[in-house]
Each structure stands twice: as structure tokens, then as C-alpha cells.
Design a protein around this ligand. Structure first.
Ligand code: ATP
Ligand code: LTN
Length: 329
């Protein structure tokens, strides 16, 4: 069975973008692959987080993973810091990454270009930690949203470099990006990705949003003044995004949805998208509430950490031997 691994940062609430671009796909894959999903808490602290919020978000994240359909009997779900090998291999990866490679990462370049102040060294080197996250488990595939493709490609380069230098050690992973929904855009600015670190809340739907509030955000989504419902990503990105959201949550193609609403106006289409999204949110929220009161999270995380540690520690030991970090008695 091929192995798959992915992580999500528990910063703030999980969004519809996380769900469509990543989480929902993990659920689909868990029957066919050996699936490892972790909560990337070390990746959160590259920027300051209020300790209480961060800690609360960890519980929410696990419960939401499960509410979205991740089954701890099929997938290994764990917390990154429960497996210290991540930080250790992260450092080793940083020692095998060139500054030029990190300077080319678009996420970092965008933040620099936006004049972001007080950027930390952790933020700069985070692709090295992400490479370690993946390589520790010898994952064949990494299901992620479009924005993470470059980081998985760097991981491939680092794996190949290490294998060439020290002998075959790592599996070279491949990114897996959904054809529809790989990049869900903000409802208030369809040129930006829907993001939980967005300043205004209007463009972002959270999985735990009040259903009425979520509907309001969709009905108020920024579209255009063309007035025709068609699939024109370039000139009608807001409309395209709404249709893509509905398509990815239903079994319908984007063409089919555009065709049905062709003569019905933007309001009707938005109403349909809101129905599809709200039905999905309701389902997730009902399950979430059940999971929270069931007190099963601690056992799930303990079991996940144990299973993950066995694989991660074995890889780390091998790496340390190959590099020459261990004394041979
Ligand atoms: P931020 O919004 O603060 O940049 P993030 O949501 O991108 O954070 P993560 O929570 O780690 O960061 O992302 C988890 C997964 O969700 C990743 O695979 C990422 O590619 C995917 N993802 C995030 N936002 C979107 C989006 N708008 N559309 C599709 N996939 C997304
Ligand atoms: N960097 C990702 C989250 C992440 C991840 C990973 C995804 C951390 N480690 C390993 C896949 C595999 C993000 O910021 N969205």
C-alpha cells in the first residue's frame, strides 16, 4: 500500500479552503492509502500565537479532522510535537538547504514584498521542517492545496540531494493537488486565496461558522458586472470561484452548474452555492459536536503518536547513522 502524509496548521479555525483543498481529499484517500495526518503545531509558531488560543485550536483541529470524516481506525492522526523527530530532522534538513532555495519560496517572497515586519528565522526555514515532516514517513504522496506545491517540490530536491550525498535514504514524494478546488479564493477578493490569516472575516468561511453567517458571506461574495453566468476564470473570477466551490462539494461538474443557472442571475446561483455549502457545514458541525462530548480525542492522539513515532524514529536513526552523527561502539 502506498503511503500518504499531510499536515494542517491549527492557527485559527479551519476554513472551507482547507476542507476543499486538503482535508476532504484525505478522507477520500484513507481507504486506498496508508494515511498519516498531523497537526502542524510547530509550523504555527513561526508567527506569535496567543498560547491559550493555540492550545484550544489544537483540540478543535483534531475534532474537526474527525468530523470531516478522517477515521482514526483507518488513518494515523497525531500532533507534530508528540513526535520530536520532526524538529530534529528539520534541523538536519536546514543544514542541507541553500539560502538561495529558501529565498525563492513564493510564500516567503510574498511576505517580504508585502513589507511584513518582524519575520522570524522559523518562518524562513519552515520549508525545511515541512520537508522533514514528509521525509520522516517516506511518504509517496502529499495531498495539498496549490499554495504548497512549491514546498513539496523543494522536499523532492532535498530528498534527492540527500540520497545522492549519503546513499539511498528517502522516498522522493509527489504532491497531489485536486483538479477542482486546489485553490479556493477569498469571497471578498477572488484574486487572493481564502485564508485563515486574512484580516477581514468576510472573505473566509470557517468550518465552525454559524450557518446563517456563512450564508450571508456567500450571498455577499464579490462577483462582477458582466451579468452573464459562464465559466470565465480570468474576467469573472468571483463567479468562477463560487461555481468551483459548489462543484467540488457536489457530484456535479462546473459546466453543469453554469449551464443550469445560465439564465437565472447571480442571486439564484449564490443561493444554490449557499445551500450546498451550508448543508456540508451542518453535517460537519453536527459530527464535531458529537466528537467533542465523546472524550475520545486523548486516546486517538496517544495512539497516533505511538504509531507515527515508530516510523519517524526509524528514519531518523538511519539518517543520523548515514551522516555520521552517531558513535560506533
Ligand atoms: P494560511 O491561510 O494562514 O496561509 P493555510 O490554511 O494555508 O494557512 P494550512 O492550514 O496549513 O495553512 O493549510 C492546510 C492545507 O489546506 C494545505 O494543504 C493548503 O494547501 C490547503 N489550503 C489552504 N488554503 C486553501 C485554499 N484557499 N484553497 C485550497 N486549499 C487550501
Ligand atoms: N506548510 C503547510 C502545512 C504543512 C504540511 C506539512 C503539509 C506542514 N508540514 C507536510 C503537507 C505535508 C501549510 O502551511 N499549509
Amino acid at each position: 500500500m502506498k503511503r500518504m502524509l499531510s499536515g494542517i496548521k491549527p492557527t485559527g479555525q479551519l476554513t472551507l479552503g482547507n476542507y476543499i483543498g486538503a482535508l476532504r481529499n484525505f478522507v477520500k484517500y484513507q481507504d486506498e492509502y496508508e494515511m498519516y495526518v498531523f497537526i502542524a503545531n510547530l509550523h504555527c509558531i513561526t508567527e506569535y500565537q496567543d498560547p491559550e488560543d493555540l492550545s484550544r485550536n489544537l483540540t478543535d483541529a483534531v475534532a474537526l479532522y474527525m468530523a470531516c470524516g478522517l477515521d482514526p481506525n483507518k488513518s494515523t492522526i497525531f500532533l507534530q510535537t508528540d513526535v520530536p523527530a520532526h524538529a530534529e530532522l528539520g534541523y538536519i534538513m536546514a543544514c542541507n538547504t541553500y539560502l538561495g532555495e529558501l529565498n525563492r519560496m513564493t510564500q516567503f517572497k510574498d511576505k517580504t514584498a508585502n513589507g511584513e515586519k518582524n519575520m522570524t528565522a522559523g518562518l524562513y526555514t519552515y520549508p525545511c521542517l515541512m520537508a522533514a515532516d514528509i521525509l520522516l514517513y517516506n511518504a509517496d504522496y502529499v495531498p495539498v492545496g496549490e499554495d504548497q506545491k512549491q514546498h513539496v517540490e523543494l522536499t523532492r530536491d532535498l530528498a534527492q540531494r540527500f540520497n545522492n550525498k549519503y546513499g539511498d535514504t528517502f522516498v522522493v514524494p509527489e504532491p497531489l493537488i485536486a483538479k477542482v478546488g486546489g485553490r479556493v479564493m477569498s469571497l471578498s477578493d477572488p484574486h487572493k486565496k481564502m485564508s485563515k490569516s486574512e484580516e477581514t472575516n468576510k472573505g473566509c468561511i470557517y468550518l465552525l461558522d454559524d450557518i446563517k453567517a456563512a450564508r450571508k458571506k456567500i450571498m455577499g461574495a464579490v462577483t462582477d458586472s458582466v451579468g452573464i453566468i459562464q465559466l470565465d476564470k480570468e474576467n469573472q473570477p468571483g463567479l468562477y470561484n463560487l461555481i468551483e466551490i459548489a462543484s467540488s462539494l457536489s457530484e456535479r461538474s462546473m459546466e453543469d452548474i453554469a449551464e443550469e443557472f445560465k439564465d437565472q442571475g447571480y442571486g439564484k446561483l449564490k443561493g444554490y452555492v449557499a445551500d450546498v455549502v451550508c448543508a456540508e457545514l451542518e453535517k460537519i458541525q453536527n459530527r464535531y459536536n458529537e466528537i467533542i462530548v465523546s472524550h475520545q480525542l486523548e486516546a486517538v492522539m496517544k495512539d497516533g503518536a505511538e504509531k507515527a513515532s515508530v516510523i519517524a524514529n526509524k528514519t531518523l536513526d538511519d539518517v543520523k547513522k548515514k551522516i555520521g552523527l552517531e558513535i560506533k561502539y
